[in-house]
Design a protein around this ligand. Structure first.
Ligand code: B12
Length: 317
């Protein structure tokens, strides 16, 4: 692995010690002690004397915190690279047996394993590393299956990316990089499934002005898993085009995802407009945090699991 100096890693203004502490849950005192004792996390000093830390220390230090909770020694883990910590953490559950009291007591082993995987992907986002994300997504998809991948991993990853962006840990470009890579992956997977399917045609679309497309891509995976064929219009589609293409493609179902940033009143009006224009036999389903209730003739579902059940209970002709 390429070892970068602190100055090379600090390609922007970096993080102040208080912010690093906030993002990792490690006190500023401990961070200073570790730097003095182990030379890690390394910082540079501004002319004012204040320390600045590279942003990519955040996932590494979170892994350090987990390794310490699992009973590993500070000398071994504080200066370790993220890759080494991940390897250590794979055996850590064995080391921490009988020491459950302080090792993330409210997290099950499965949740801990998942959050380690998510943090590894976040490390990949920090480094703009295509391979970490692509390989990671493929591995978990193969291990968990499409349903668990979508519900437990893809969603948790995006929420973690959102929290990282909100707190300033991740830049806008890193957030875009993360969602673009996951979107490409989900797209390649539902396409592969859909191409072999012979079931009904289902249109997937986002309403005009909708920028969030991951819910739609996840829903497409679920639709494809149930043997249906997908026509994917993507986000920000004018309602007249949604109506025209549903008719033109012989769509038997229309799936819409509405995110939390979308105005609910507008969403309701647009969904009603589409509903009136389509034959009653064409089913409409909407989900997402901004999905409005009270749209006649439109099924409103709150989760991918509910969507899967709904599809299983509907005809697929
Ligand atoms: C990626 C992202 C973007 C990308 C989207 C790229 C893309 N290709 O999708 C871009 C950069 C475009 C973007 C833009 C914005 N974003 Co944004 N974004 C995100 C992020 C990180 C992930 C969104 C996502 O895909 N989530 C995953 C989805 C699938 O999860 P979910 O919504 O919880 O959906 C679940 C259920 O609702 C359901 N579901 C969803 N769809 C469907 C469909 C069906 C049929 C069913 C059954 C179920 C279902 O299943 C999902 C899994 O459980 C979130 C963080 C977050 N917490 O989600 C912020 C987030 C949604 N964005 C946010 C904001 C503020 C914005 C902007 C306004 C920022 C700005 N100032 O410009 C703009 C929007 C501008 C506009 N025109 O409206 C806020 C929203 C806060 C709020 N409450 O309003 C969030 C929460 C980030 C944050 N922590 O502050 N964003």
């Amino acid at each position: 692995m390429e070892i970068k100096s602190v100055a090379e890693k600090l390609n922007d203004e970096g993080l102040a010690i208080g912010k690093l502490s906030l993002l990792t849950g490690i006190s500023t005192h401990t961070l200073r002690v570790w730097e003095r004792r182990y030379g890690s996390p390394g910082s540079i000093r501004l002319p004012s004397g204040h320390r600045r830390y590279p942003r990519e220390e955040v996932p590494r230090l979170r892994a350090v915190a987990r390794a310490l909770k699992a009973g590993l020694r500070p000398k071994r883990v504080v200066p370790a690279s993220l890759e080494d910590l991940e390897k250590l953490l794979q055996v850590a559950p064995l080391l921490s047996q009988g020491n459950k009291g302080d090792a993330g007591q409210d997290q099950t082993a499965e949740e801990m394993a998942r959050s380690e995987i998510i943090e590894r992907w976040i490390g990949g986002v920090h480094r703009y590393c295509n391979e970490t994300l692509d390989q990671g997504f493929h591995e978990e998809w193969a291990k968990r299956g499409p349903m668990n991948f979508v519900c437990d991993y893809a969603t948790a990853f995006l929420h973690r990316v959102g929290a990282g962006w909100e707190s300033g840990e991740l830049s806008v470009s890193q957030e875009h990089f993360a969602s673009a890579r996951l979107g490409d992956f989900l797209g390649s997977m539902w396409r592969r499934l859909s191409e072999r399917n012979e079931g009904e045609v289902c249109i997937h679309a986002g309403l005009p002005g909708e920028p969030h497309g991951m819910g739609l891509a996840m829903a497409a995976v679920i639709t494809a898993v149930t043997g249906r064929r997908i026509i994917f219009l993507g986000v920000d589609t004018p309602t007249d085009d949604i109506i025209a293409s549903t008719k033109a493609c012989g769509g038997r179902m229309l799936c819409v995802s509405v995110s939390e940033t979308y105005d609910q009143k507008t969403a309701r009006q647009l969904l009603q407009k589409i509903r009136k224009a389509l034959a009653p036999s064409i089913r409409m389903v909407v989900g997402g945090k901004g999905a409005p209730g009270g749209s006649n003739g439109v099924a409103v579902l709150d989760s991918m699991n509910a969507y899967y059940q709904w599809l299983q209970n509907s005809k697929n002709v």
